[in-house]
Design a protein around this ligand. Structure first.
Ligand SMILES: NC(=O)c1ccc[n+]([C@@H]2O[C@H](COP(=O)([O-])OP(=O)(O)OC[C@H]3O[C@@H](n4cnc5c(N)ncnc54)[C@H](OP(=O)(O)O)[C@@H]3O)[C@@H](O)[C@H]2O)c1
Length: 333
């Protein structure tokens, strides 16, 4: 898809990723519809909108979050599985493309969990703030939603995990919660229905426009607020501005496939908070480390860093380290 001006539909457009996409594609004709303008669980509304607007690319950002999924599994099925299926059906009839966002939480996170939890937090934080994340060059295999086998030559000296702990699109998903299960089913529904389906799995996204821990911790620490930061789950993290830039590149140049789009490196929430404190000059003793169990939330996979075989095959530049991305986010605020 190499067009200067495309007709683009964004669903769930008023959330974190939807807003960033709207800005990224502002030179195109963008129809950015929030929940009130289009409920993706309503098949006839989806058909009508796609028929009227005739988008060449539809970005589906509508989602029900992790804790809400556990509380309301039926709504989770409707929004995370049935909704994407309706979109994919309507998009296919027009011969158009769909970009469906998904998550690291399709994986169980057990592969690197023991190593990650063995790491003393101080040491891991020091390595994370060194800014030399887990660069991962080189791979082989066929393109598509499930690639072939690959080799990996990068090192993970700055990570509490080994290179082999990083999940690729070759790895079998094994979700541990309702969110992960419904997101995986949503991916499959889209791929089964639409030939021109791009699945973009991302992880721990931060940026302007969401009151999440990752998006607000720097501001909260800088204002002297105490924060609780979970120290025993680990993942890749992603600056939303970097995510949408890479998605733009992929939609213009890449084949339909499953992509893992995250910044380089891996962190826990506590490591992320410590880096935010360092960058803002805040007092690190404002951070109270807690375990996931102490926060009494629904279960999350323990360690789900990701790397993108498909981007490597396309020869796209590695995503920058999350520490550099966080520094930019803080500077922009
Ligand atoms: N944020 C992350 O850390 C993260 C990590 C991994 C993957 N992802 C993926 O990235 C995508 C976008 O996430 P996000 O962070 O931008 O989510 P978000 O900020 O929570 O936005 C999701 C939007 O979806 C809307 N929505 C909910 N039900 C809907 C429905 N039935 N029809 C239409 N819209 C509906 C919500 O509107 P209301 O609030 O008005 O209901 C909300 O504006 C999702 O696929 C998610 O799985 C996000």
């Amino acid at each position: 898809m190499r067009k200067n001006c495309m007709r683009i539909l964004i669903t769930g457009a008023h959330g974190l990723v939807g807003r960033a996409l709207t800005e990224q594609f502002q030179s195109h004709t963008v129809f950015a519809l929030g929940h009130r303008e289009l409920d993706i669980t309503d098949a006839s509304a989806v058909n009508r909108v796609i028929h009227e607007l005739q988008p060449e690319v539809t970005f589906n950002c509508a989602v029900i979050g992790v804790d809400d999924c556990e509380e309301n599994p039926r709504l989770a099925e409707a929004v995370n599985v049935a909704g994407p299926a309706h979109l994919a059906d309507a998009v296919r009839e027009r011969g158009a493309a769909i970009v469906h966002f998904s998550t690291n939480y399709v994986f169980d996170g057990e592969r690197g969990a023991a190593r990650a939890s063995d790491q003393p937090l101080e040491a891991a934080a020091a390595r994370a703030t060194a800014g030399n994340g887990c660069a991962v060059p080189n791979s082989g295999g066929r393109a598509g939603h499930r690639g072939g086998t690959s080799t990996r030559t990068g090192t993970a000296q700055s990570c509490p995990t080994k290179p082999s702990d990083f999940y690729t699109s070759d790895d079998e998903p094994r979700p541990v919660n309702v969110y992960g299960r419904t997101k995986l089913e949503g991916e499959r529904a889209v791929v089964q229905r639409c030939e021109r389906a791009f699945i973009v799995r991302t992880s721990w996204v931060f940026g302007e426009g969401k009151e999440s821990f990752l998006s607000t911790v720097a501001r909260r620490l800088a204002s002297g607020e105490r924060v609780k930061a979970i120290c025993d789950i680990w993942a890749s993290t992603t600056y939303v501005a970097d995510l949408v830039r890479r998605v733009d590149e992929i939609v213009r140049t890449g084949p339909p496939a499953t992509y893992h789009i995250v910044n380089d490196g891996v962190c826990s929430y506590a490591v992320f908070a410590r880096e935010a404190a360092r960058l803002t000059g805040a007092d690190v003793s404002l951070i109270d480390q807690v375990t996931e169990a102490q926060m009494l939330r629904s279960p999350r996979p323990r360690c789900t860093p990701m790397r993108c075989l498909e981007s490597e095959r396309l020869g796209l530049a590695p995503m920058r380290p999350w520490t550099a991305a966080l520094a930019d986010f803080i500077a922009a605020g």
